[in-house]
Design a protein around this ligand. Structure first.
Ligand SMILES: C[S@@+](CC[C@H](N)C(=O)[O-])C[C@H]1O[C@@H](n2cnc3c(N)ncnc32)[C@H](O)[C@@H]1O
Length: 297
């Protein structure tokens, strides 16, 4: 961990960490695995999103030469520390301090784009700035906390398709893709109640959680004590839709309200995934077109 809550350095912490990490050094073995997955070749022009400490940027420079490497970091303080660290190693790639979701058009087209922060949806700018045949490697995640690496090939028509890879790879979400603060919750006492077909145990499995995220992409999960029992709540603060589940006499009961009925959507999607034989994430395909992103199996 190299930064917490966008401002705090780990060395300044006394006691327990209560806020979320905002920058960290990627596990070196994961950096290498991702550079292999990215299939970098001599003279590949690479755009990296999430410079962080500069470690993965340094490995890219060592492999390709600094003239082939552009790296973007959202946080100016983190970017400046990475610049110093790379300079100390005599490495001067193009370092940009801005929102990497917009890419860096000045250096385009790139042969490869690699993100060491996660995204919920692959940004259009990355596809536009990658040459046809080029590859984009990123983790696709969501607000229920599941994610996986995806490798997409960019096509002549401006779309990109590919597969999820394996390993339950997870990165902190790109700052503009982090969930909004929960704030004041909707009134969870009203709502339509029924017996649930699927209980919240589905949240304990990485792949089924990924599938749930696809069904309810704006839902966040929390637990609360209510009327003497634990309730699992999925809430979409933007639309005001929510679902609350609790166990009663060995059965799951769901109560939900709002325009999207999140648990109906989750059960429908999980039902389709079960009917297909619970395929692994490596069997999921990702397609990104100007109309949006779809993930299917
Ligand atoms: C896990 S760290 C990257 C670690 C880095 N690869 C290394 O080896 O040290 C993720 C980084 O992504 C940065 N980040 C988050 N959102 C971003 C965005 N929209 N554009 C660019 N960088 C972003 C964070 O500030 C953080 O430094």
């Amino acid at each position: 961990m190299t930064q917490i809550a966008g401002t705090i350095m780990p060395a300044d912490i006394r006691g327990q960490i209560m806020r979320d990490p905002t920058s960290s050094s990627t596990l070196p073995s994961l950096v290498v695995r991702m550079l292999e997955d990215l299939q970098v070749e001599p003279e590949s022009k690479v755009l990296e999103i999430g410079t962080g400490t500069g470690y993965s940027t340094a490995v890219l420079c060592a492999r390709l030469g600094e003239e082939y490497v552009t790296s973007i970091e959202y946080d100016e303080e983190v970017a400046s520390r990475a610049r110093t660290a790379l300079g100390r190693r005599g490495m001067y790639p193009t370092l940009v301090s801005s929102d990497g979701l917009l890419g860096y058009a000045e250096g385009a087209p790139y042969d490869r784009v690699i993100a060491t922060c996660g995204v919920c949806t692959v940004p259009a700018a990355w596809i536009e700035q990658t040459r046809p045949g080029g590859l984009i490697l990123t983790t696709i995640g969501g607000w229920l906390g599941s994610s996986e690496l995806a490798r997409l090939t960019v096509h002549n028509d401006g779309t990109a398709t590919g597969l999820l890879l394996s390993g339950q790879v997870s990165f902190m979400l790109a700052r503009p893709h982090t969930p909004p603060a929960l704030g004041l919750l909707p009134d969870l006492s009203e709502g339509k109640e029924r017996e649930a077909i699927i209980g919240t145990d589905a949240l304990n499995d990485w792949t089924s959680r990924f599938v749930m995220q696809l069904a309810a992409p704006h839902a966040q999960h929390l637990t609360m004590e209510r009327d003497g029992h634990t309730e699992h709540v999925l809430v979409d603060v933007e639309s005001g839709s929510w679902a609350a589940l609790y166990e009663k006499d060995g059965r799951w009961i769901v109560r939900q309200d709002g325009p999207n009925a999140p648990w109906d959507a989750v059960e429908e999607q999980l039902g389709r995934w079960h009917a297909a034989g619970t395929p692994a994430l490596e069997e999921f395909t990702v397609s990104v077109t100007p109309q949006g992103q779809t993930i299917t199996w």
